[in-house]
Design a protein around this ligand. Sequence first.
Ligand SMILES: [Fe+2]
Length: 650
Amino acid sequence: MNDRPNILGLHFGHDGAVCVLRNGEIAGYVLRERINRTKHALGVSDAEIDKALSDAAIAPGDIDRIAITSTQGVELLVGLLEDFEVSLEPHPDDTAPSTLRDALRLDPARIEPLQKFSVGPCLSGAVDGFGRTLYESVFPEGIDFDWDRFAAVGWLDNYASAREWSPELGLDALGSRAARQDEHLRHGFHLPVSVRWRGRSLPGCFVQHHMAHAAACYYRSGFDAAAVLTHDGFLSGTGYHSGLNLYGEGHRLWPVSPNHLTLGMAYNFAAEMVGLGLVHGAGKLMGLAPYGQPVFFDSRFVGNEIDIRRQFDSDLWTAWSDHCRKEAMARGYDISALGDPARVTEAVNADIAASTQKLFEETYLKAVRSLDRMLSGGGIRTDNLCLSGGTALNCPSNSRIWREGPYENVFIEPTCDDGGLAIGAALHLHHNLLDQPRPSDDGFATPYLGGCCDEEMVETTLKAAQGITWETPPNAAEAAAQDLLADKVIAWFEGGSEAGPRALGHRSILADVRSADNWLRVNKVKGREPWRPFAPVVLAEKAADWFDGCPMPSPYMLFTATVKGSDLPAITHVDGSSRIQTVDERCGGIRQILEAFDRQTGVPVLLNTSFNGPGEPIVETPTHAVAFLQNSDIDVVYIEGRRAVRDGAA
Ligand SMILES: [Fe+2]
């Protein structure tokens, strides 16, 4: 086996993905939704694995180890894969330490009750409720499966047990506990297994969900050491399944406590309560909040699961939704609008959104301060914080943590949602378990991890397309800037696609930011609700002239800034905020477009939104890009330097 093994990282939950780690570097990455075109698609198939291997220029026989993670409770749907079997016995060649394996050796009968299944029981009708709604959305093909015959391996949810983590504690009490760098815990969040794959038996490794989130963030942060906080939605805060506090130093990453947060779940359910939907509503709620006032906020709701149960004898969501409903009625709001998708911006919905956003920010800040106190109590000092898990997509919260929290530097990687777990599982195995040193990096966790398309594919696609005219301008970025100056809405398709949910200049729709009309116009092109805001791209070195209130540079659109002045109406939200992406030379042609636009207008800013239609994943291939041009009102689409319009358009 190689000293620095090639690792295949697999994530089987929603936002299923494949990562190929070659020599510690991400050489291939494929998000399943970009291939099968189901947003947040669950599972992994051979198509994603083959593409990731091909992008990495690695043959299956070159893979040395496999790291596997999942969403909590979601089984591994190995029936989607050819010749892929998992044995819960460790591989004989695997000598990496594992606290869990050691514990199970003492009591092997425990492993069976630890296995959990969720997708099959929900989609086969054995279990109903929220799980079924979610899985029907992200794994629609499973509705027709014969689940009695479909091959799956139960996921394991329980890993290390730590005496000091029981009883479960509120945020204040957690903060008063001294953190320890405990090797029992560092080696306690994975299970060594054996994987038979494509004719070979390989050492495999199940990696706990939040360990993978933490690894995906910390190992890509460029920090030598950092505090790390992870938290997701839709999970109970008991145990450590909804989030972990960790500390990383060098190549080692220690879990130091669960955080018992249930904030993500409350936020998701609030989105449903105001009519934005349960599965995809959280991002919309963040955009709705500035339309309202946080009049329902009450500091009694700030805390983790333990705090809330002590205060209300209830979970956070039940207590918070009851409170909002009662307060709204007592204050005379028009309750008939509550949860009506057609009236989502009316006062009751907007004020619940604003209040939930404030609750989110205050709770997150308290959790970060609790983590800092815990580390300080253990004699650990660092200026750096990493955030991961889906809740780290909340841009206003991230900026408040940076402005008001105890850490000078805050890093969030662009795949902080579950799409990054395949990366995190592989990095955890490589660094934390196999003790491989971290390569030097410049702190830029490139989001452009998708595979590129070759020239032949682009030309073939364009030549075959009906109803479009295309050309190759001598300078595509200059031509794009001229189109923007002529107030056209354009799409820019270039190189590897963005990993993560935000388009960052390789699969982007762009428009002139100076025109207020473009807010409505681009929402119409994308088929989105007219009230939803847009984000800007800005030249990194000029960003501070136009925005403040967030860290600079801010290359992944994960922090909210305050817009200076009134010259950028298309991207200035109603509260004067905007979630910016700063652009440098590592972002590709989008930088040349911004430079050309700036030369002509003195404005180094453009409206930027993801290149996709309503409910669709971001476009991946030239075929998807051409289809968007054919089926929408967009004016121009640039594909790898070619300028395409519908027949008869300029
Ligand atoms: Fe997650």
